[in-house]
Design a protein around this ligand. Structure first.
Ligand SMILES: [Zn+2]
Length: 266
């Protein structure tokens, strides 16, 4: 079984065993480590309790990472945020202000600032990362065509601050390391000639020393050892991937899907 806490632990152990260091995104922006580095990133879209489980596994292995929290109730769990920060991990803001404000830039930057201040009561947030908001027509990153991240004390945003030609980018979107094809906004062109499906393949690549020296890995917080949850989440992702694919060609399906997504996050 892939995408379990056990599989996640095996992935981290492979990196540690192969001599990789883990660096928080905010630290990498200021003074990037040379040599083998992994910038581990978690977008906590939902299931914040799972984030805690993943954070503990990391903590036990001496690994640091960055958890990006959303302002929605499925993600914004103060106790979880506090505990994750206390383990030495970094906390970032997974912003979606422009899509929530339906494209109103002034409203969006106001809520961005307010939400940032809110998260800063738990951790001195220095990095942000857009939420894809696939059901919205507004790309949250557009905010930075009008405003400056640095005016809000922000050091960086993965999609704007990193060169993914140099840093290998890997995401578990759609429950597979090659599931990026289902993503709509989280799209990064892969010029590294490496493609993985399962975590086992990634582990083998690390062990054979052919994994890139520098990478950013996005692991959502849907990795679970709870069998029932695992089955349910996999079925849901499979359905979601199919609906997303159909929605691209069919406007009615797209509309229905977007309406349901909005309802879910309300
Ligand atoms: Zn997200």
């Amino acid at each position: 079984m892939d995408h379990t806490i056990k599989a996640y632990k095996a992935l981290l152990q492979a990196f540690v065993g192969a001599g990789y260091q883990f660096q928080k995104f905010e630290d990498y922006l200021v003074s990037p480590l040379a040599g083998k580095v992994v910038i581990m990133r978690h977008d906590v879209d939902e299931k914040a309790e799972n984030a805690l489980k993943m954070a503990k596994v990391e903590y036990d292995l001496g690994v640091v990472s960055t958890y990006f929290f959303r302002i929605v109730k499925q993600s914004d769990k103060p106790d979880v945020i506090r505990e994750i920060a206390s383990m030495g991990h970094a906390v970032g803001y997974h912003y979606e202000d422009l899509s929530l404000a339906e494209g109103d830039f002034e409203k969006a930057i106001e809520s961005f600032e307010r939400n940032l201040t809110y998260f800063r009561q738990y951790y001195p947030v220095k990095v942000v990362c857009m939420h894809g908001s696939t059901s919205s027509k507004f790309d949250n990153r557009l905010l930075w065509e009008r405003y400056n991240l640095s005016d809000y004390g922000i050091l960086g945003e993965p999609y704007l601050s990193l060169n993914f030609d140099e840093i290998f980018y890997m995401t578990d979107t759609g429950y597979a390391w090659d599931g990026g094809k289902y993503a709509i906004r989280d799209v990064v062109v892969n010029n590294h000639g490496l493609h993985f499906h399962s975590t086992k393949q990634v582990v083998e690549c690390i062990k054979s020393e052919s994994f890139p020296k520098q990478s950013m890995i996005l692991a959502h917080t849907l990795w679970s050892d709870n069998l029932l949850q695992w089955v349910w989440l996999h079925a849901r992702e499979l359905l979601r991937n199919n609906v997303k694919r159909t929605a691209r060609k069919n406007g009615i399906v797209a509309k229905a899907y977007n309406g349901l997504v909005k309802l879910y996050w309300k």
